[in-house]
Structure formats: structure tokens, C-alpha cells
Design a protein around this ligand. Structure first.
Ligand SMILES: [Ca+2]
Ligand SMILES: [Ca+2]
Length: 452
């Protein structure tokens, strides 16, 4: 049977939205639906350099296709995770002091995030809290991190273009899903019309029927999201749109697996969720936003989000209905831009709502595998920071401590990423740079920063 929140993609594929609504299932009111699986379309795809890493590190990824049994298996794995994580951490010496000073100059486009200790998550009595604190942000806990380099901005279309031109990489959203990819997710895959098995991704539907929108129905968000055939990072709003004028905007419609493929090429990595939150807090503690607790200091918008009542009206008082070019809004003291808003950013970690109750203190890497009680059969990776779609009445993902999740092989028009380089991996980054120099010689791609 169908389980959990069934993604827009699937509803569209089987062309039975009304019937699906009748299944009536769970969607937390404050949860922005990060739609899913075309996901399944590419999981296990052998042509992605990321796929090997995913299957290697994540037993539950196989559970995508096996419905009930997968859910039970995932639930059974909830507790043993603690032992697995503590067994697998050998990449640093706990007796060494935290790495605070940068061991070498920052790679181009990156900034140094000095190591330190911080409080991760939300305390019920803190300024970082809200009326109802999502349970997965608790308990607040002390975390120690060694320093690392982080991209100052979200990865841009210009950077992702350079990657695809060098490697020929094709993203998940650019590949047509296969009927068999949906076994276990759709009751009868034969019901999927052939004409719907086309490549695409998830976008907002600004023309949704406002007369039939009932926000007290748990599945109302699916009325305002749509699967757009031909939408992908090159065509963010559908096949008729392009990135020609968006080269300095964040790349979107990238799945976690796409982000990992980029990282492999760049000799970088996705930040852990702890690294991301620590960096977002910008050396301060207990604040709602990276810059403090005041939404608009001196009346100035500090991030690109949704103003007004979602989904009916976006007042766009920050100047941007969709993404803004990276670096449009002010940076923090560590030089990071858009850690709140603009686009969601993938993190490396698997999702488990109770991870804060048992994760290790120093350099936590997240749980060994995923378990989301809302959708037990679907493994999830973390996303952070909120997007231009986040409003005060819905999602509120632009807080430092807010957590989101998504299946690793799905993207959307408001989701991108940024990378880190940990000093222990500097040689890997340097080697990637040398490889890129070889490929770049003879590349027709226009060079930046040319000053004649
Ligand atoms: Ca905006
Ligand atoms: Ca962001």
C-alpha cells in the first residue's frame, strides 16, 4: 500500500491526485514538503559516481523499493545506530586540541571556520526557540568541531556548469524515470501512464486553484507544488526557461547524489549538519538568525525568504521572488553568505529525529543510516537553512537550528548546496585542482575575472 507522504512526482505519475488525497496522510504543518522520488528513478544508477558511495554507506537505501518490510527494517535499526556511529570514528585523535587556526590559506571562494564548541539545536527557554519547538531540534547539546574551510556561497550555476562540462555528468532530474523504479512506492506500476515517465523536477505552482485550497487538509501542500516535465538545473522553471541570466545564482534541482558527484570532482565534501549549524551561527550563540535575533536590523532584509502568507501571497519586500544571486545579502563575520534563506542546502548526514540525544560530541558525522517516522521506507539526508519559499507561517526553515530532510535522489527548484574542505583532506582538494587544470586547458568555457 502507499505509505506516508507521497511525493508530488508520484501523484503526477499515476494521475490520481484526488484518489491520493483520499489516502489522507501525514504532513506536519510547519514542514515544507521537499518532494521526492523521481528519486527512485536513479537510485542505484551505476553511472553516477555518487551512487557507489550512497549504497556503500547506507544499508537502508535498498529499502526504497521494498515497502512494508523496508519500514520494519528501518524501525528495527533505530536503536543500534548509536553503537555503529561510535565504532566508525577514527578520523581524528580525541586527545588533540581542537583545530582553531587555519593550517593554510583558504581555497578560492572558501573561508576558514575556526574550530570551537557550540550549543547545537534549540533549548525550550532560549531566544532560539519558538512557540512549538520541533522535536528533532532537541535536546540542545554541546558539540566540538575542528576547524574547516567552507564555500562562502551556495554553489552557483556557473560552477556547476564548469563541473558538467568537465565531466559530462547528468543530474537525476535530467534522466527519465523507469517504470520499475516505482515498484514498492506505487501500488501498481502498470497504472503509470507511459507519457508520464519523463524527466523533470519539482517546482512551485503559482497558478494553483485558490478557491479549492484548504490549508486544514493535511495534503494541501501538494496542491501548490507540481512536477514539471523538463525542469532541471539548466531549466529551473521548466523547459522554456534557462540559466543564461542566472549564472551567479545557486544551482537548484540537484539531488544529494548530484551534490556528492560535484564534491568528488571538486575534491571537496558536503558539510556535516553540525558543521553547517556551527558555521551558520557565525561565532555567536543561541540566536535565531546568523546575525542575531532581530529580523530586520535597521529595517534591512538580511536574507531571501517569503514575505506574507504562504502560499497565497508573497509580498517580495526583500526584492526576490525566487533565488537571488549569491552574495546579494550581507555576509556574516566569517564571510559566509545566505546561510539563512535563498536555497536549502544539502548536508552529508542521514536523518534521524532523535540523533541529538545520542550523537557523539566531537565532530559528529550524523547517524549511520536514516529513519524518518513520517516516511519509514524512505531514507533521508539533511537539508539546512531554508529558502526563498520559507515564510513565517510555514516552514520557518531559515532559523539557525531548523532541520529539513529529503530523499537523496530528489531535488527541487529551491534546493542547492555548498561544500567544505577539512584540513585533513586538503591534499585531495589540491589533487582535484591539478586535474581540473588539465581538463580546463582547451576548454571553450569563458574564463572569469579577465581584465583587459
Ligand atoms: Ca524573497
Ligand atoms: Ca542558503
Amino acid at each position: 500500500m502507499l505509505r506516508g507522504i507521497f511525493p508530488v512526482a508520484i501523484l503526477v505519475l499515476v494521475s490520481c491526485v484526488v484518489a491520493a488525497l483520499a489516502f489522507g496522510l501525514p504532513l506536519e504543518r510547519n514542514e515544507e514538503p521537499v518532494p521526492v522520488p523521481l528519486a527512485a528513478a536513479s537510485s542505484g544508477s551505476p553511472d553516477s559516481p555518487a551512487s557507489a558511495q550512497v549504497s556503500e554507506s547506507a544499508a537502508p537505501s535498498a529499502s526504497i523499493s521494498s515497502g512494508e518490510a523496508a519500514a520494519e527494517k528501518a524501525a528495527a535499526e533505530l536503536l543500534p545506530d548509536f553503537a555503529r556511529e561510535t565504532d566508525s570514528n577514527t578520523e581524528f585523535d580525541e586527545n588533540q586540541p581542537l583545530l582553531v587556526e587555519a593550517p593554510h590559506p583558504a581555497p578560492p571562494g572558501m573561508v576558514w571556520i575556526p574550530g570551537g564548541t557550540f550549543l547545537m539545536g534549540t533549548h525550550p527557554d532560549g531566544t532560539d526557540s519558538r512557540e512549538i519547538i520541533p522535536s528533532d531540534e532537541q535536546p540542545q547539546r554541546e558539540v566540538e568541531l575542528d576547524g574547516f574551510f567552507m564555500d562562502a556561497t551556495e554553489v552557483t550555476n556557473r560552477e556547476f556548469l564548469r563541473f558538467t562540462e568537465a565531466t559530462g555528468y547528468v543530474t537525476v532530474a535530467e534522466k527519465a524515470p523507469r517504470r520499475e523504479d516505482f515498484i514498492g512506492q506505487v501500488e501498481d506500476v502498470r497504472l503509470i501512464p507511459e507519457e508520464n515517465l519523463v524527466a523533470g523536477s519539482i517546482c512551485f505552482n503559482p497558478d494553483f486553484d485558490r478557491t479549492t485550497l484548504h490549508t486544514d487538509h493535511p495534503l494541501w501542500p501538494y496542491q501548490v507544488w507540481q512536477y514539471v516535465k523538463g525542469a532541471n538545473w539548466r531549466h529551473p522553471h521548466g523547459p522554456e526557461t534557462s540559466i543564461t541570466d542566472l549564472l551567479d545564482h545557486p544551482v537548484v534541482h540537484v539531488a544529494w547524489t548530484d551534490a556528492i558527484a560535484y564534491c568528488e570532482w571538486a575534491g571537496k565534501a558536503l558539510p556535516t549538519e553540525a558543521e553547517w549549524e556551527y558555521a551558520a551561527r557565525d561565532g555567536r550563540e543561541g540566536n535565531v538568525y546568523p546575525w542575531g535575533n532581530e529580523r530586520r536590523p535597521e529595517g534591512k532584509w538580511m536574507h531571501n525568504i517569503w514575505q506574507g502568507q504562504f502560499p497565497e501571497e508573497n509580498a517580495v519586500t526583500d526584492g526576490y521572488r525566487f533565488s537571488a544571486a549569491v552574495g546579494t545579502f550581507p555576509p556574516g563575520q566569517w564571510g559566509l553568505y545566505d546561510m539563512s534563506g535563498n536555497v536549502w542546502e544539502w548536508c552529508a548526514d542521514w536523518y534521524r529525529p532523535n540523533y541529538y540525544s545520542y550523537g557523539r560530541k566531537r565532530n559528529p558525522r550524523g547517524p549511520h543510516n536514516s529513519y524518518d517516522p513520517q516516511e519509514p521506507g524512505l531514507p533521508k539526508r539533511r537539508q539546512r537553512g531554508g529558502s526563498f519559499m520559507c515564510s513565517d507561517n510555514y516552514c520557518i526553515g531559515y532559523r539557525c537550528s531548523a532541520r529539513m530532510k529529503g530523499t537523496p535522489d530528489s531535488g527541487a527548484f529551491h534546493t542547492g548546496f555548498r561544500c567544505v574542505v577539512r584540513p585533513a583532506d586538503s591534499a585531495r582538494w589540491q589533487a582535484a585542482v591539478e586535474r581540473q587544470k588539465t581538463v580546463d586547458s582547451g576548454s571553450p568555457e569563458p574564463q572569469d575575472n579577465t581584465a583587459d
